[in-house]
Design a protein around this ligand. Structure first.
Ligand code: GUN
Length: 285
């Protein structure tokens, strides 16, 4: 008989990690400081930023929020990032993405000094990740790794399949799993025989942003399924990329949405901010 399926409780694991982190922050004489910059009125971004600021406050991290108007110019955004880059009280800078369409996110992010990058999006940090020497790792993929670690899921030699190749999730996720000695396949919109590849996965990570994209016929019996999606279903209810109800019983472990990866992402932001504050360098343990 195979082991029963386990729903991974990301909310509980995130709360545990935050409690551990709070103990460390309580010991610091100088509390970490995070600047959060949001441009425009995107409703989802506003909610994310509010939750990030709240998580910081709960852990004793000072946060400074800068709300720039939808019509801000590239120069205005970059000038603010340059200013924050020089401020002693700011250990980390987060530029909430996506930016309004007329702005260039990559160029703006280049104005965040590498030593204050808490997202791991800088070219330098991405390069270090390729060398398995990452200082700071993007919050969502790092959160996924911590979930797998806490659940005691062995990655070595396993076939990990990632759906999505974004620079914020898919690509760093692939590198982390590769660094953990998994065999990694990254699938995207042009991939042929997607279903067949997914069925080969011991670990399936979906980050495509399409509700119910991963169906039961795409999942191998006993696979670990990690759902990074944040979508709305036909009734406007929050859901992931995975058809959870129909998939869950054939998995060994599965993350729900909400309550899976989401709470980990924000927790990893507080963790990265702490790392920036203590020695300006992080480690993926
Ligand atoms: N928008 C959605 N997720 C993220 C994230 O992890 N970091 C930033 N900067 N923007 C985001």
């Amino acid at each position: 008989m195979s082991e029963p399926m386990k729903i991974i409780d990301g909310k509980a694991i995130a709360a545990e990690l935050r409690a551990e982190l709070k103990e460390k922050i309580d010991l610091l004489e100088r509390k970490p400081g995070l600047a959060v910059v949001i441009v425009g009125e995107d409703p989802a971004s506003k909610i994310y930023v509010r939750n990030k600021v709240k998580a910081c406050a709960e852990l004793g991290i000072r946060s400074y929020t800068y709300e720039l108007s939808e019509t801000s110019t590239q120069e205005e955004v970059e000038a603010l990032l340059d200013k924050l880059g020089t401020q002693e009280e700011v250990d980390g800078i987060l530029l909430q993405l996506p930016l309004p369409r007329h702005l260039n996110a990559e160029a703006a992010c280049a104005h965040i000094p590498v030593e204050k990058d808490v997202d791991g999006f800088s070219a330098y940090n991405l390069g270090l990740l390729m060398r398995n020497r990452a200082e700071i790792v993007a919050c969502t993929p790092l959160g996924v790794m911590k979930l797998l670690q806490r659940e005691g899921i062995c990655l070595e030699g396993k076939h990990a399949v990632i759906l999505g190749r974004s620079e914020t999730v898919g690509k760093p996720m692939a590198m982390l799993l590769l660094n953990a000695n998994a065999t990694v396949t990254v699938c995207h919109s042009r991939t042929k025989d997607l279903k067949a590849i997914c069925r080969e996965a011991d670990i399936l990570v979906s980050a495509v942003g399409i509700a119910k994209f991963v169906t039961r016929d795409m999942v191998k019996e006993g696979a670990v399924v990690v759902d990074v999606g944040m979508n709305r279903d036909e009734n406007g209810k929050l859901c992931g990329d995975v058809d959870f109800e129909n998939v869950k019983d054939i998995t060994s472990h599965i993350t729900p949405v909400p309550g899976g990866v989401g709470p980990m992402t924000i927790t990893m932001l507080t963790y990265n901010t702490y790392l920036r504050a203590i020695d300006k360098r992080g480690r993926v343990e």
